[in-house]
Design a protein around this ligand. Structure first.
Ligand code: GDP
Ligand code: MG
Length: 333
């Protein structure tokens, strides 16, 4: 049979009808970025907007993948079609692959077939800086558009981008463990503000109650000044032992309760607006950085840069001239 390389609209249509391989191809193109990714975004946009987007973050080794594996198994058993995006910047081969192994997936079942199924994708972001901020929201849009719900994003809670990604979800879950000073770390990383619920995982280990107490105290302090307190919502703290299958049901109940809270307080649209704003800002910043690079390498731009490098003009002056170049018609460079 002649091999026909399918166009993006063909792949999208196939993914919508439940073909896993087509969805996998689309996600690869999403990771690659550029015009192909933009086209996918525009195709998926009208069909997206239904899924509950759940961000899960925490230190490496906190048990996020173990917990997500448990949640996915529970969700499929309950007839849902969850998708997971596991973002692991350090290694494309660990987090996501391990997560995939943990979840028994029924390849025959496809969303739309009436049979529940899950789709797990690990996203490698090593190599292209800022790629994560662009690829994650788009991958989520694709999952949503082809019928997966909920869409779970697992990220390592270290950098600002990770915090932004999780903070832009409908429901942000922060996973902590005993004995690692996680509560203090989370506070420093700005995770306390974005968390809608906390999971103290590895509750089978000593010190789990200390983590809960520390968190409670910090929440007391932050909620005296926090804005969320206006709606009467306080992030619950759920104890879990994901490895032993304990607590994942409680975690999901709390995730759903948070979604109910968003709906009742008319906050879901607020989250969505924030999410879109975060994505547009990330895309704009990326585009501006590329434009800055182009301006510095352009003929006119490099002359200003040379003068600054020779200390003939101040860097501020060169920058303002380069800004003119950047904002002018590219034909003129
Ligand atoms: N004792 C204990 N170990 C756990 C628990 N959950 C996960 N682990 C272990 O912690 C390690 C890291 O788990 P993983 O899910 O890969 O963490 P991630 O890096 O946050 O995704 C693995 O060896 C797990 O088996 C738990 O509830 N109790
Ligand atoms: Mg993991």
């Amino acid at each position: 049979m002649a091999r026909h390389k399918r166009s993006i609209p063909e792949l999208y249509a196939a993914a919508r009808s439940g073909e896993r391989r087509a969805l996998g191809r689309l996600l690869t193109l999403v990771e690659r970025g550029g015009a192909g990714a933009d086209q996918i975004s525009e195709l998926a946009h009208p069909d997206a907007g239904r899924a509950h987007i759940v961000g899960i973050t925490g230190a490496p080794g906190a048990g996020k993948s173990t917990l997500v594996g448990q949640l996915v198994t529970d969700l499929v058993a309950a007839g849902r079609n969850p998708a997971v995006l596991a973002v692991d910047p350090s290694s494309p081969l660990t987090g996501g692959a391990i997560l995939g192994d943990r979840i028994r997936m029924d390849d025959a079942a496809e969303p739309g077939s009436g049979k529940a199924t899950a789709f797990v994708r690990s996203m490698a972001t090593r190599g292209h800086s800022g790629g994560l901020a662009l690829a994650v929201p788009l991958a989520v849009r694709v999952f949503d558009a082809v019928g997966y719900d909920p869409v779970i994003i697992e990220t390592v809670g270290v950098g600002q981008v990770e915090v932004d990604v999780v903070g832009a979800a409908d429901t942000a879950v922060v996973v902590m463990t005993p004995g690692t000073g996680d509560a203090v770390q989370a506070n420093k990383a700005g995770l306390l503000e974005v968390a809608d619920l906390f999971v103290v995982n590895k509750a089978d280990r000593p010190g789990a109650n200390d983590v809960r107490r520390d968190l409670d105290l910090m929440l007391d302090l932050s909620h005296m000044t926090g804005q969320e307190s206006e709606t009467g919502y306080r992030p619950p703290i759920i104890m879990a032992s994901a490895l032993h299958g304990d607590g994942s049901g409680d975690v999901w109940d709390a995730v759903e309760a948070h979604l109910t809270h968003l709906d009742e307080a008319d906050l879901r649209a607020v989250r969505r607006r924030h999410r879109i704003r975060t994505e547009v800002r990330a895309r704009l910043e990326q585009a501006m950085a590329a434009a800055a690079e182009t301006a510095m390498n352009s003929e006119r731009g490099s002359q200003w840069l040379d003068q600054a490098e020779r200390t003939e003009i101040a860097p501020t002056h060169a920058t303002n001239q380069l800004l003119d170049v950047l904002l002018s018609d590219p034909e003129e460079h």
